[in-house]
Design a protein around this ligand. Structure first.
Ligand SMILES: [Zn+2]
Length: 348
């Protein structure tokens, strides 16, 4: 599949994260994307570097003050103390209920909390370059599909994006690449775009960005937020609001759900997408539904990812695949390529 690879992704490599109360080696690491790139090359897929600038589209799906903060955050942090260059700032205070989030404080720690949903997206020296490169790769993939260079394209980038909202980062995510893809397709002439999020975790950022819009249908299959991250969004009754009423579909499944139940949810999702009749499809391609994933609890096997690709191809929509989560070292690359090849081979 035509792939746009964000080589700048290596500039964002979190030294550690907090998991179940412990400080552990980060699951979201540069090797993830490099493994997939190697596998794609081995299999003869064409890989390009993005040569476009997504900044204008990023501004359509993210707030200006958030992007300004992200762009200057490392500079602000290192200006505070000489030793800060050796540290990654993790947020530690948040404007939860009763506190104000309309004013941007002067204090760096306060700003960091204002623009974060959790402590899962530490900022590093190269974070901006990495996430900007990811948005550029996604923009390039969407432009290629919009201009009929290919019926489908893959944006291979990290850190992932689907937890990032219009004005916040979190859950490893900074810029919402799926939203960048959808907005690019709309800018290039699509009337309606569907986003299908198959990551184990609900795409809360993507849902919130498009919640009041009818030109983007968001459909997500994910672990039940009552027990699974991101916990505070992703329930069935969240169906959209205002202009967007009826254009948000959540299909949560209990942790430990069977493969059969997962594919039944996929059938439901694809039927809803078909009824919407979008001009193009964006797939938030998380691979953490794999049985061997270290932080998730679904049970898909390697062959199931090929089946997923084949089912997606049957929608007969121009499609942009955006790399999201997936943390099983050995199988991540082959599972990813199984989806993409299952899709492409069905189209032939
Ligand atoms: Zn995930």
């Amino acid at each position: 599949m035509l792939t746009y690879f964000n080589q700048a992704h290596v500039l964002h490599a979190a030294p550690y994260e907090y998991f179940r109360g412990d400080k552990v080696v980060a699951f979201e690491k540069p090797e993830r994307a490099d493994w997939v790139a190697s596998r794609l090359r081995e299999r003869g897929h064409v890989i390009h570097s993005p040569d476009v600038d997504a900044l204008q589209v990023m501004g359509q799906v993210h707030s200006e003050r958030y992007l300004r903060f992200l762009f200057t955050a490392w500079q602000q942090w290192t200006a505070l103390a000489p030793g800060n260059a050796e540290l990654a700032p993790f947020p530690s205070v948040w404007p939860v209920r009763t506190l104000r989030d309309d004013l941007e404080p002067d204090n760096f720690t306060a700003k960091l909390g204002l623009y974060s949903m959790d402590n899962g997206a530490p900022i590093l020296a190269g974070t901006w370059q990495a996430v900007k490169g990811g948005a550029d790769a996604t923009h390039a993939a969407a432009l290629a599909v919009a201009h009929c260079k290919a019926p489908s394209a893959f944006a291979l980038t990290r850190p992932p994006g689907h937890h990032a909202g219009a004005d916040f980062m979190g859950g490893y995510c900074f810029v919402n690449n799926a939203a960048v893809a959808a907005q690019t397709l709309l800018n290039e002439g699509a009337q309606r775009v569907a986003i299908l999020d198959v990551d184990y975790h609900h795409g809360n950022g993507t849902q919130s960005i498009f919640y009041e819009r009818s030109d983007v249908l968001f459909v997500s299959i994910h672990g039940d937020p009552l027990t699974e991250y991101p916990f505070y969004l992703g329930h069935v009754e969240e169906t959209g609001q205002g202009e967007g009423a009826g254009f948000n579909v959540n299909l949560p499944l209990p942790a430990g759900a069977s493969v059969e139940d997962w594919f039944a949810a996929l059938d439901h999702a694809l039927a809803r997408i078909s009824a919407y009749a979008p001009d193009a499809l964006v797939v938030s391609l998380g691979l953490d539904t794999f049985a061997g994933d270290p932080i998730s609890k679904f049970a898909l096997q390697p062959d199931d990812f090929s089946i997923l690709g084949r089912r997606l191809a049957k929608t007969e929509r121009s499609s942009v695949f955006v790399f999201e989560g997936g943390y099983a070292c050995v199988h991540l690359a082959s599972n990813t390529v199984n989806v993409l090849e299952g899709f492409e081979l069905t189209l032939l």
